[in-house]
Design a protein around this ligand. Structure first.
Ligand SMILES: Cc1ncc(C[n+]2csc(CCOP(=O)(O)OP(=O)(O)O)c2C)c(N)n1
Length: 296
């Protein structure tokens, strides 16, 4: 198992166990509201992390736990937030989807982040800081007009605006093939914006593709779009999966975790246990906490 570096894999595994923990807590009625897991997409923020610093700004979306954990390391704070316990990063007011912490915010409103990101990117350009605003969207969000308005402005004003598209080919229950004319690539390029497609799920390999384009976007203050061809391993939120059994089986066979599990190297088993134990310990600690003031 030399495909993934230990650091990348450990982080991907921690995100996976965090998400599995949430699904379990929901099934036991220990979390209210809803949640969207990033199972299958864990490697995406891990691939971007080397290029994002504390002065950049990040806007994530409804499927943002992996982004948040990778970029802040705040696993306990996020779990406390979602479970309504003391110590939540937003005092349990934001929950799973609406967070603001240091230089990262998340929003469950589709197509909202793309517009807010323009303001951050404009500020970076004016101040000549060589920072960028990274904004995450799914393929389904191309149904929102704000995406095109934002791409237009980002290109027109040459902003350090980095759009990360997590194309898992489905939005809730609507497949991309049934909903989009043309392609994401052509839509981006029609605004004169640089575009990169990533099909790998190995952060180490992806980083090599992204290094120059991201540095270029920051240095020259110019927009960039990165489309990750990925897959949603779990349901849209908690149990709402309308995909055919055969399709889900195919996705599971292609899931990096299942492939590594099949190979079952001793290093993988060691890292898998390490990640699982860490999340279990955090869960134990969080569940023992008092309810947050806002929840009482
Ligand atoms: C403005 C708005 N409309 C509808 C929704 C409900 N909704 C939440 S996620 C989602 C689908 C998002 O699909 P996509 O952008 O492909 O992201 P994915 O869920 O696949 O990660 C929808 C319609 C919303 N959150 N905001």
């Amino acid at each position: 198992m030399n495909k993934y570096t230990d650091n990348d894999l450990l982080l991907m595994l921690k995100i996976r166990y965090f998400e599995l923990t949430l699904l379990d807590l929901f099934s036991k009625g220990l979390i209210k509201g809803t949640t969207h897991t990033s199972l299958g997409q864990e490697y995406i923020p891990v691939s971007l992390e080397p290029f994002i610093n504390e002065k950049d700004f990040i806007i994530s979306n409804h499927r943002g736990h992996g982004h948040f954990i990778t970029l802040t390391g705040e696993i306990e704070g996020l779990l406390s937030e979602i479970t309504g316990k003391e110590g939540g990063i937003c005092n349990s007011i934001g929950g799973s989807q609406h967070l603001l912490y240091k230089n990262i915010m998340t929003t469950g409103v589709q197509g909202e982040g793309v517009s807010i990101a323009l303001g951050h990117a404009f500020k970076f350009k004016l101040e000549k800081t060589r920072n960028a605003c990274f904004v995450f969207i799914g393929d389904g969000t191309f149904g929102r007009g704000s995406v095109y308005e934002s791409l237009n402005m980002a290109s027109l004003y040459k902003l350090p605006y980095i759009l990360i598209i997590e194309n898992n080919s489905i939005a809730m229950t609507t497949k991309l093939s049934e909903n989009m004319a043309g392609s994401i690539e052509n839509r981006i390029k029609s605004f004169g914006i640089d575009y990169i497609k990533i099909t790998s799920d190995n952060p180490d390999e992806i980083e090599r593709h992204l290094k120059y384009p991201i540095l270029n976007a920051k240095d020259k203050s110019t927009p960039l779009a990165i489309e990750f061809i990925t897959q949603r391993v779990s349901s849209h939120s908690k149990g709402d999966d309308t995909r055919e059994k055969e399709e889900i089986e195919l996705i599971n066979n292609n899931y990096w975790y299942n492939k590594l599990k099949k190979e079952s190297s001793s290093r993988f088993i060691e890292l898998d246990n390490l990640a699982k134990n860490e999340i279990e310990l955090i869960l134990e600690k969080v569940l023992a906490k008092k309810e947050a003031e806002f929840v009482k």
